[in-house]
Write a protein that binds this ligand. Structure first.
Ligand SMILES: Cc1cc2nc3c(=O)[nH]c(=O)nc-3n(C[C@H](O)[C@H](O)[C@H](O)COP(=O)(O)OP(=O)(O)OC[C@H]3O[C@@H](n4cnc5c(N)ncnc54)[C@H](O)[C@@H]3O)c2cc1C
Length: 523
């Protein structure tokens, strides 16, 4: 059954692409009645990947997924055809790939002597265990806007568990205690296998090519209109009464101002802000430029809307402290196999099976991941690509006397080779492209109830938020799943569908899982 509604979606990340798919698949909205407006030249938002073997590949992030969680994501991708495996859906293709290539990290942590750190125990003291248990059973209302450090003693942040958990999920000690608690529950199955990352699932290629492009191709086949290079500057309400209904969308498209009228009963979805807003790329010879939201204007629309409506949240809780939300990633393109061969020899993992290798004593808290090759669809057979990141880009390196944020790609490689104690062949043609992301962990900043709007805020008539900055009980941010869950929730609520949003798997409600986790904490 089709319904006669139009939908305008602001932002072209996985959140709105998913919303468009749910509108069509479950809501009966016709694809030709859906328009997606994106400020950037391509769709996909943070799930980007690009470049060439000649100029160097680049991706802001490499993603770990699971099939024990990510319920809404797989619900969606179970119905999206793969572009690379004819006859399979994206879900089937991903599952089949992971059956062939299991993650089982043999070198999860490496110390200052370039030695693999065996992880026979989580490293907890009895006090750490008690504090962790207390935090994981606390009520969110009691935790309020407190930080992780308000609940756990300094020794906890020196445990093997913290190094593994923090670098798997990108937590900092000063982040939200509520979010950390949610992660302990949501990823309780990962607690017992955090040393091997055995629960992690990967896509066949990078997530832009394995998730965004197939989804976009399906949406295109349904008639969805994509409008890149279109910056939305204002949502005009129909009237200033209590109920919020968008009457028009103002935007700047290729430097020309436009106003798009929204008909009565039609819908508007907004991606309020982005974790990769104001990100910048460097090169082998230049560090990334130091941008903030003032350079991009990416947070402006949410700030404008929230200024007069408390139910639209409080962006300043998330975007006011770049020093606490910034880190840097890098993508390396190699044209000979020496690095991969030496790494595989050192770690004992074939590329694609090792997960993260974290240099736990490195000042930048640096990690690298060697994905299964090729990682890009057009990647030549003699080229390898790997990705890495540093959680503390403001610190001076151990081998380079500069903060990571001031380093070019060549200096980042010097630091990496230093930690590995690998000889660096000066003739080797490595191309390392750094990427600075000032708001990358902005979603993890301490927040109070109400700082994030509901996907469909109170009194909204035709308007929903779809992003990492909405409130969804129990689920965790910094995941693809959160954006897709927000999309499903928003679409189902605005269309008043009876199909329920895919429920969160209740692993943390299982006594067996708690017992396993408790047992592991004593190892
Ligand atoms: C380095 C890194 C590592 C990650 N690791 C993982 C992982 O291991 N596992 C996992 O599940 N997830 C991971 N993620 C998170 C995941 O990629 C994101 O949660 C997800 O992609 C966010 O999607 P989104 O659609 O909500 O937002 P985004 O992808 O940020 O998209 C928002 C889009 O909206 C656009 N926009 C905003 N305002 C406007 C406007 N006014 N006008 C026009 N356009 C606008 C922006 O340009 C942007 O393209 C990682 C992300 C990064 C960057």
């Amino acid at each position: 059954m089709t319904i006669n509604k139009k939908a305008t979606l602001v932002g072209g990340g996985i959140g709105t692409l998913a919303a468009a798919a749910f509108l069509i698949r479950d809501g009966g909205v016709e694809g030709r009645n859906i328009t997606i407006l994106e400020a950037l030249p391509v769709m996909g938002g943070s799930l980007d990947a690009g470049g060439t073997a000649a100029l160097g590949y680049s991706l802001r992030g490499g993603r770990m997924l699971t099939t024990d969680n990510y319920e809404c994501t797989w619900d969606l991708f179970r119905t999206i055809p793969s572009l690379n495996a004819p006859g399979s859906t994206v879900f089937e293709e991903t599952l089949e790939f992971n059956e062939r290539h299991h993650t089982n990290a043999l070198a999860r942590l490496v110390d200052r002597r370039a030695a693999k750190v065996g992880v026979p125990s989580m490293g907890f003291s009895m006090q750490d265990r008690i504090e962790l248990l207390k935090l994981s059973s606390a009520e969110e209302s009691d935790l309020g806007s407190s930080r992780i450090t308000d609940h756990l003693s300094p020794t906890f942040f020196e445990t093997e568990f913290w190094f593994m958990w923090a670098t798997t999920f990108a937590f900092q000690p000063w982040h939200s205690a509520v979010e950390f608690k949610r992660y302990l529950h949501r990823f309780m199955l990962e607690f017992t296998r955090i040393d091997t990352l055995a629960g992690v699932k990967r896509t066949v290629f990078n997530q832009y090519e394995s998730m965004v492009l197939p989804l976009q191709a399906w949406l295109k086949s349904q008639g969805v209109n994509f409008v890149p290079d279109c910056n939305v500057t204002e949502l005009v309400p129909r009237s200033e009464i209590d109920e919020f209904e968008v009457a028009a969308v103002k935007c700047i498209r290729k430097a020309i101002s436009e106003t798009i009228a929204i008909g009565e009963g039609d819908l508007v979805f907004l991606q309020n802000a982005s974790m990769t807003d104001a990100s910048s790329l460097g090169s082998m010879s230049a560090a990334p430029s130091l941008k903030t939201k003032a350079d991009s204007g990416g947070w402006l629309l949410w700030e404008q809307l929230a200024a007069s409506r408390p139910e639209f949240g409080k962006p300043s809780a998330f975007n006011s402290n770049v020093a606490q939300s910034c880190w840097e990633s890098f993508t390396v393109t190699l044209k000979d196999s020496e690095f991969f061969d030496t790494m595989m020899d050192f770690t004992g993992n074939v590329a694609g099976t090792g997960g993260l290798v974290t240099f736990k004593d490195s000042n930048w808290l640096m990690s690298v991941v060697l994905a299964r090759q090729p990682h890009f669809v057009d990647q030549p057979g003699d080229v390898q690509v790997f990705w890495g990141y540093g959680l503390f880009p403001d610190r001076i390196g151990n081998f380079v006397p500069k903060p990571m944020s001031a380093c070019n790609g060549d200096e980042i490689l010097t630091e990496l080779y230093g930690h590995l104690r690998f000889d660096r062949d000066p003739l080797q043609s490595a191309n390392c492209i750094p990427c600075r992301m000032p708001y990358i962990t902005s979603m993890f900043m301490p927040r109070s109830a109400g700082d994030r709007p509901l996907p469909v805020p109170k009194n909204s008539k035709n308007f929903a938020f779809v992003s990492q900055f909405v409130e969804i009980p129990e689920d965790v941010v910094f995941t693809v799943e959160y954006s897709v869950r927000a999309a499903q929730t928003a679409v189902y609520q605005l269309l008043k569908l009876t199909r329920p949003v895919t429920p969160i798997a209740p692993h943390d409600k299982s006594l067996h899982v708690w017992f396993e986790a408790l047992l592991k904490s004593f190892k």
